[in-house]
Write a protein that binds this ligand. Structure first.
Ligand code: AMP
Length: 361
């Protein structure tokens, strides 16, 4: 089986690594060969809107997938006649636009923050009037890791938020005073099989995921509610592959923030912490194989290394620690360079280990 992966970042790299034991070969397409994926599998280079190059690349594979969310959907659509594309470009199109995404959630009965589209300055005034302050102004497209957003905590912030983002297609959201942020990674196969991992709890710093703990549901009802919401999204698209959905937990209720139609950073713990990793399950799903168990093996903690990797000699001196270095050629502030996971027998032991892992860099 040959899987064509558009985007060769760390997600593609981990996808390829999980494919090798199953005899599934991943080949990549990205702008540059010097990428985390390009170090572990063959890579073709080209622009993401070069349809001819993309078509040559896709035609060699049994199935096409992607590790990057901002691929133009108009580049994928012409490839649909050449090879099956999973997840479906229709799901990607919705996930690329925060307004369409929140509208979908609302249509499916999934709670979201209050939201309103903002194109003009007068729309912002009207949205603030209706939804109130505090709130968050975000670009509808191309926002990730906290980029393209401005908080409006008081009326005086409106001007600065507009100066920063005005001119783009925007969305204004009510500010959620959440107690925790959680995510659910789930998978649906070509045969309609569904499986979900235990909820993970995430902590973000500067809008970037810093750490994850899983399992994180303190009540079974929270897990059930998350699975119901994600399942509704997957069924809507007859989706194939892994999808992650991020929620705020406010007063014991889940409020959907966003979805990612791909393997997700908050699911990296599954490599060592679950019976089958999210990467293997994505490959199983898109190649028509049975899904693997999503049960946790214990209590996992994952820390991201952003901007700086720890010294391997120091990190690996921690018993039970699994180190992942993405092999990026350059360390830049705000860039995800690697992560570490530790699986402990109890939640308490996991939390103690997490405190030590935080101090590695
Ligand atoms: P996002 O790019 O939408 O994932 O937002 C990045 C981070 O900003 C989230 O993980 C939250 O911590 C915070 N955030 C985003 N939207 C809201 C909101 N409506 N209310 C409160 N915090 C938010």
């Amino acid at each position: 089986m040959k899987v064509a992966v558009i985007g060769a970042g760390q997600l593609g790299r981990m996808l390829a690594l999980s494919g090798y034991p199953l005899g599934i070969r991943c080949e990549f397409y990205d702008r540059s060969a010097d990428t985390p994926g390009g170090q572990v599998g063959p890579i073709a280079t080209g622009e993401f809107d070069d349809i001819a190059r993309l078509a040559t690349f896709a035609a060699r594979a049994d199935v096409l997938t992607f590790d990057w969310e901002n691929i133009p959907v108009s580049s994928l659509e012409p490839l649909a006649g050449l090879v099956p594309i999973y997840p479906q470009p229709g799901a990607l199109a919705i996930a690329q636009d925060r307004l369409l995404e929140k509208t979908l959630f609302r249509d499916l009965g999934i709670p979201t923050p209050a939201f309103a589209p903002v194109d003009l300055r007068s729309d912002l005034e009207a949205a603030v009037e209706r939804i109130g302050i505090p709130g968050v102004l975000k670009t509808r497209r191309l926002g990730y890791d906290g980029k393209g957003q401005a908080r409006i905590m008081k009326r005086a912030d409106i001007d600065a938020a507009w100066r920063q983002l005005g001119g783009d297609a925007l969305i204004y959201e009510g500010f959620v005073r959440f107690q925790r942020e959680v995510s659910l990674v789930a998978v649906r196969s070509t045969k309609g099989e569904f499986a979900a991992y235990p909820l993970a709890e995430n902590v973000h710093r500067h809008g970037i995921l810093a750490e994850t703990r899983a399992p994180a549901a303190r009540r079974a009802s929270l897990q059930r509610a998350a699975e119901k919401h994600v399942r509704a999204v997957l069924e809507r698209f007859r989706y194939v592959g892994v999808l992650a959905m991020e929620f705020f937990v406010e007063g014991g209720t889940l409020i959907a923030n966003e979805m990612a139609p791909r393997v997700h950073n908050s699911g990296h713990w599954t490599i060592e912490g679950a019976q089958t990793s999210q990467f293997e399950n994505h490959l199983r799903a898109i190649t028509g194989l049975p899904l693997g168990s999503t049960a946790a093996r214990g209590h996992s903690a994952m820390v991201n290394f952003v901007g700086r990797m720890p010294a391997p000699s120091r990190a690996l001196a921690m018993p039970g620690l699994h180190l992942h270095d993405y092999g990026k050629s350059e360390a830049r502030p705000g860039r995800k360079l690697g992560h570490a996971t530790l699986v402990a027998p109890t939640a308490r032991a996991r939390d103690a280990a997490l405190a030590r892992m935080r101090r590695l860099t």
